[in-house]
Design a protein around this ligand. Structure first.
Ligand SMILES: [Zn+2]
Ligand SMILES: [Zn+2]
Length: 353
């Protein structure tokens, strides 16, 4: 087994080799066919989130231990099963749900493992898919994504897909009657456009500073694509909506995007914050009640939401987002491109492909 590890935050990842592990109990060992490179891998590699006001949240203070093999968007082929693993066999290709909790607390028992306070997330707290092999603790986290999607098309559903779906679900039935303002047209934003279409939503207005990403959003079927740096950006979004804006999702999460998200909403509107870029905004307290405003955070999604999402997109046109594959040893370069904000759609590693 060969894996690419973060040994020190912000320094180039290094290869490590070891004997292929043997699954015990309910564990399942997979050969990694596809591992998506997510924007949050940049933060994990750098080692911190920017909380604004000059404060940072260090991931090592939150229980992330090094060396770590990143990669939480994985598709693999089963190569060995533990004696107590039921329901999968050698050769099966599966999408891996990475947001694994402790399994025994109230939150995990009600099915929200992604919100567990003792997380065992693959590629964050446990070794992930930037490797030839991946160990998964239980077959319940292995999802059958059918035969139509290629591994690199299915892998991004585990984070980017379920994150966009989880955010859209928080807007409820609004999405059928109102356009959704999608701030950030990177991998997540484009995935959101594809899923919104599959959910039979009214449509999306994309917002991005990068003209190439705005063009990608238009190709993906956005009603309009707006530059937030334009002096009349708020008015442009409202004009594109042809009426009040009820719903926005911020997939970037910096001071400028969150402020725009708040500023465009009508009374009673909802802003869902997803992106982890970093920074802070000032919210005038009286305006929260006066504008009956909802600002809600959304963090990935649950196992049952990922199952729903697979059903929802199973027969959709592919790929859901523009996707490019890379060898495992190109991972560091891809992270660099994400940092430079140069990636359109999704980049996926093929460690054992
Ligand atoms: Zn992710
Ligand atoms: Zn738990």
């Amino acid at each position: 087994m060969r894996s690419l590890q973060v040994c020190r935050c912000g320094e180039p990842m290094q290869f490590a080799e070891r004997v292929d592990p043997k699954p015990a109990g309910s564990e399942v060992l997979l050969k990694v066919l596809a591992a998506g490179v997510c924007h949050s891998d940049l933060h994990i590699w750098e080692g911190f989130y920017d909380l604004g006001h000059g404060k940072v949240m260090r991931l090592q203070d939150r229980g992330v231990r090094l060396p770590l093999t990143m990669g939480h968007e994985n598709v693999g082929q089963v190569v060995a099963v533990g004696p107590k693993a039921r329901g999968v066999k050698v050769g099966d290709k599966r999408l891996v749900f990475p947001w694994i909790g402790c399994g025994s607390c109230k939150v995990c028992k009600r099915g929200d493992e992604q919100l567990c306070t003792s997380p065992r997330f693959l590629g964050v707290y446990r070794d992930g898919g930037y490797a030839t092999h991946l160990m998964v603790p239980h077959p319940r986290y292995l999802l059958n994504y059918g035969t139509r999607m290629k591994p690199e098309q299915a892998a991004p559903l585990a984070c980017s897909g379920v994150t966009a779906y989880g955010a859209l679900k928080k807007l409820g039935p609004l999405i059928k009657t109102e356009p959704v303002v999608v701030i950030g047209a990177g991998g997540l934003g484009l995935m959101c456009l594809a899923i919104l279409k599959a959910m039979k939503g009214k449509g999306a207005i994309a917002v991005d500073i990068d003209p190439l990403k705005r063009a990608a959003a238009m190709r993906a079927g956005a009603m309009a694509a707006i530059d937030p740096n334009a002096p009349d950006a708020v008015a442009q979004v409202q004009a594109a909506a042809k009426g009040p804006v009820w719903a926005a999702i911020d997939f970037v999460g910096n001071a400028q995007t969150a402020q725009l998200g708040v500023d465009i909403l009508v009374k009673g509107g909802r802003l869902i914050v997803v992106g982890l870029f970093g920074g802070d905004i000032t919210l005038s307290l009286p305006l929260i009640p006066i504008r009956a405003m909802t600002v809600q955070g959304s963090y990935t999604g649950s196992l049952s939401e990922l199952q729903e999402l697979i059903k929802l997109v199973r027969n959709r046109p592919l790929p859901l987002v523009p996707t490019r594959t890379h060898r495992l040893d190109e991972a560091q370069a891809v992270i660099g491109e994400i940092k430079a904000n140069k990636v359109i759609g999704r980049r996926v590693l093929t460690p054992a492909g």
